[in-house]
Design a protein around this ligand. Structure first.
Ligand SMILES: NC(=O)C1=CN([C@@H]2O[C@H](COP(=O)(O)OP(=O)(O)OC[C@H]3O[C@@H](n4cnc5c(N)ncnc54)[C@H](O)[C@@H]3O)[C@@H](O)[C@H]2O)C=CC1
Ligand SMILES: O=C(O)C1=N[C@H](C(=O)O)C[C@H](O)C1
Length: 288
């Protein structure tokens, strides 16, 4: 992995007249976390991104290179997001924190004129609407993507298509046991895409009695059920199961490592620079 000075030096030589446009300065919040560390590596390795700030409460004061075991990178972890954005010249903030932090971080970024790429799931509807209004008012791009893995986006797309013909469907999502929100953001996005296609259709007869509360999962509008499994050993997995007369169809996606999300994160970092307002879902930047 190149050191920061080495990389920017090389780019400065190659593109010295255009460097400000070509290199995107990226700040990462949640830098010490599972996703944050993967994003740090990705931003340090890409030719057109420069890591300018790393924000987390853990490992404060530590060089990100110590955290990653790569040797010094010249960026220290700080817990003060507003200060980091004000002093680092960040173009983009990539946020992988937690449901309780994501709205405040996104709003802080927009207030500072920095474009957010939000991977953190679990933002409330009210907070989402506030972010939409602020991004519009500031005329800044913002990408909010519950899943950055291409396979997951295809799963959602195929599920929406299948729902036109097989409207009875349930979702089972499985994640590691450290996950703070349930259902997953991906499951909610999948349900929304299915509901858009099947319109007024109402699923289920509601005749069953739950002998254990929650046994039938969480209920979305239209009676669409989501079941959340949390166990060590899982990363991120989902099955969308359709039922028809004498048949079932299962669409399944597995993220077996967090690298699966990184090409999508880079795509969003690049795209957000030319957007105005919020794009919810990476599929809107990938598919027609
Ligand atoms: N959109 C996508 O494709 C994906 C989204 N996620 C989501 O990303 C989020 C993070 O997941 P993980 O990395 O597994 O969690 P994690 O718990 O490993 O990391 C979260 C990090 O954020 C830090 N943090 C919390 N509040 C903060 C704040 N206000 N400012 C700065 N740092 C703060 C924590 O100290 C921790 O180090 C979750 O919401 C998860 O659902 C995870 C994987 C893929
Ligand atoms: O917490 C995770 O790990 C993941 N969160 C996202 C979600 O809630 O959908 C994306 C992916 O499933 C991994």
């Amino acid at each position: 992995m190149p050191g920061r000075e080495e990389k920017t030096g090389k780019l400065s030589r190659c593109f010295r007249y255009y460097r400000e446009i070509i290199v995107i300065k990226v700040a990462v919040s949640g830098a010490s976390g599972r996703m944050g560390q993967e994003v740090l590596k990705t931003v340090l390795n890409a030719e057109d991104t420069e890591l300018c700030a790393a924000i987390d409460f853990y490992n404060e004061g530590q060089d990100v290179g110590t955290l990653l075991g790569t040797g010094p990178q010249g960026v220290q972890i700080t817990s003060d997001l507003a200060e980091a954005l004000a002093t680092s010249g960040a173009d983009v903030l990539v946020d992988f924190t937690r449901p309780q932090s994501v709205a405040a971080n996104t709003i802080t970024a927009l207030q500072a004129g920095v474009r957010p790429v939000v991977g953190t799931t679990g933002m409330s509807r009210e907070d989402f609407e506030q972010v939409v209004d602020l991004a519009q008012k500031k005329r800044l791009g913002c990408v909010i993507a519950p899943n950055f893995a291409i396979g997951a986006l295809l799963m959602i797309k195929f599920a929406a298509e299948a729902a036109k013909y097989l409207p009875h469907v349930e979702i089972i999502e499985k994640h590691h046991d450290q996950k703070l929100d349930a259902p997953s953001g991906t499951a909610v996005k999948t349900a929304e895409a299915i509901l858009e296609q099947r319109g007024e259709f109402k699923q289920g007869l509601d005749v069953e009695e739950e002998k254990i509360e929650g046994a039938r999962g969480g209920k979305m509008p239209g009676g669409l059920r989501i079941h959340s499994v949390r166990l060590p050993g899982f990363v991120a997995h989902q099955e969308v199961i359709f039922g028809g007369v004498g048949q079932t169809l299962t669409i399944r996606h597995d993220s077996i490592s967090r690298e699966s999300f990184m090409s999508g994160v880079l795509l969003a970092v690049r795209a957000v620079m030319r957007l105005e307002g919020v794009v919810y879902g990476l599929e809107n930047l990938l598919f027609e």
